[in-house]
Design a protein. Sequence first.
Length: 395
Amino acid sequence: MTTLRDVYVVDAVRTPVGKYGGALAEVRPDDLAATVLRQLLARTPELDPARIDDVFLGNANGAGEENRDVARMAVLLAGLPVSVPGVTVNRLCGSGMEAVIQAARAVAVGDASIAVAGGVESMSRAPWVLPKPERAFPAGHQQMYSTTLGWRMTNPRMPEEWTVALGEGAELVADRYSVTREAQDAFALTSHQKAAAAWQKGLYDGEVVPVDGIDLTRDECVRESSTVEALAKLGPVFRKDGTVTAGNSSPLNDGAAALLLVDEDGLRATGREPLARISASAVTGIEPQYFGAGPVEAVHRALKKAGRDLADLGVLELNEAFAAQALACLSQWPGLDPAVVNPRGGALAVGHPLGASGARITGAVAHQLAAAGSGTGLATLCIGVGQGLALVLER
């Protein structure tokens, strides 16, 4: 019987999150990924990069410049030894966290001693794609699809109720859990206020790293001047009489994140004290149109595996795809202290670069546990097509 090894998070970095068409729009996703790999390893100079057993990166698109296994491309572009392999994983919005989970699993079972995990997404540079015609030399027009976000080239065998737009899914979750427009706007405003305060206090300084040649020193979508009145003026996007607006939805973004994971032997090779230890994870499925509620059961399962409960959490990073879905999840977690939820702001303000977000919030939990000195933290996301993912860390 194999004895599982402890898995430690030695360090975690991320780029500032850029807005769609913003400061990072000219940077290829493979270069964004290479940036965080290079910066992560530069912060641990005692570690010989040749000792890295594998690099796991999440990416939700894979249709553009991040094709051909962006993890391996990033390894080469970052100047790591060619002996270091890389694998790209896709669990849509949960891809970055899935990469961390897979890397941690490899370390825990002894397949790796030192691994890097993270994620990357450039929604600005997501290409349009053209399906191949059913017959050669078509004379008519062909439909082109954007790969920026959501369903495309949907299988006609899928039930229509499963393939609604993500925003309509948020509306359905708001209906099911009785989340009002006023509550969504207030939650969104709080996210921006907390993110702005975190930047002003320097709370992100220890994890956000620069992108070479780009003048961006903080997350580009944080609006500290936003008000409830301004948010209330925005019209619904997905339903004429709906509650989901651009102001209470996460924006489209670009960014990358990476974490260094090790066992005890790997930890000695780094010469560093770890930020946190990975304790447990869980993934669950839910009806695709109610994807926003995916984290509810995933969180319960992950905590049970870790031998913890909601009251034990010192920090919970809940990815805010939409205010409606975040509030719906929170309503199903009695006993959770609201003060521990996204204390430095969430994706409504920071942004949601799909494949990077899971790694971003996992790294955020690790850094906050290290700052606290001890405790239990959890990171969780909802995932399009109806899944939830959660990861418990401890210190």
